[in-house]
Design a protein around this ligand. Sequence first.
Ligand code: AKB
Length: 326
Amino acid sequence: MKKVLITGSLGQIGSELAERLRKDLGVDNVIASDIRKPENNKTVEGGIFETLDVTDYEAYLAIAKKYEVDTIVHLAALLSATAEARPAFAWGLNMGGLMNALEVAREMDALFFAPSSIAAFGPNSPADNTPQDTIMRPTTMYGVTKVAGELLEDYYHTKYGVDTRSVRFPGLISYKVEPGGGTTDYAVDIYYEALKNKSYKSFIDKGTYMDMMYMDDAIDAIVDLLNADPERLEHRNSFNITAMSFDPEEIAASIKKFIPDFEMGYEVDPVRQGIANSWPNSIDASCAKKEWDFNPKFDLDKMTEEMLKQLSKKFADEGIDTKVSF
Ligand code: AKB
């Protein structure tokens, strides 16, 4: 991995991955792209940035060729709740974009990464310690595109020899860029509200367990998997990875350790609750540990402390009033 094209670079993962790879590889070796180009944006202004609609194959290929990239990280996609609201559009973007990305990777002989998700599992998958290889019959459009995407990436590997690699991300928690349209987003929103109002109304019900991970561990996972020795990879698309599994009561209890008068309430959203109910409670990441030494560093309390500290700083810098500061 020497010169990387990232799509969906303004999103929650893309913005942090672009920053990390610009440090690791040098600013001239990272081409960040997204469908929009906002002003006063760190990712846009921090290095090379191109406007790219991933459903436009010719434009995708032209940018890859212009910079002679050797690696493609394809992140442009809709998340679960948004995809459920617009299923046909989600199929077009998630699958059309991925197909174009794989064709560009084939043409450029590029190393390839695109994320899958815990959403690739469904209600028939074992819910606890869900194995790497098991039944996968998701009931959401997002999940359908994730399973289809995993199969397509395997197909490009076996048929054309494209070096495709992927992980099944759990909910990702970060403070720099907010996620949008996901089911696990409550576990990010809660930290914002804890600082602003010392209270939160969760759209996911108590007792609903889902896998989660702090963004630093997610970025390390992408970089480590892209750098992994291919000889060690028995799996490719996609590896189960997780750092923790909790329900809303447990994340609230963790916040209370730092903000004792924090109050948790519930206003359950039936759509996102239904999606969460179809996903595993916790997945087994042992294959990722064995095949490329996946080793997350953040547990729930360490993540809570870091989120509250960093968000508090961010709010202070932006002049936003909070009820608590760290
Ligand atoms: C979502 O909630 O849609 C995502 C995911 C788990 O893939 N965060």
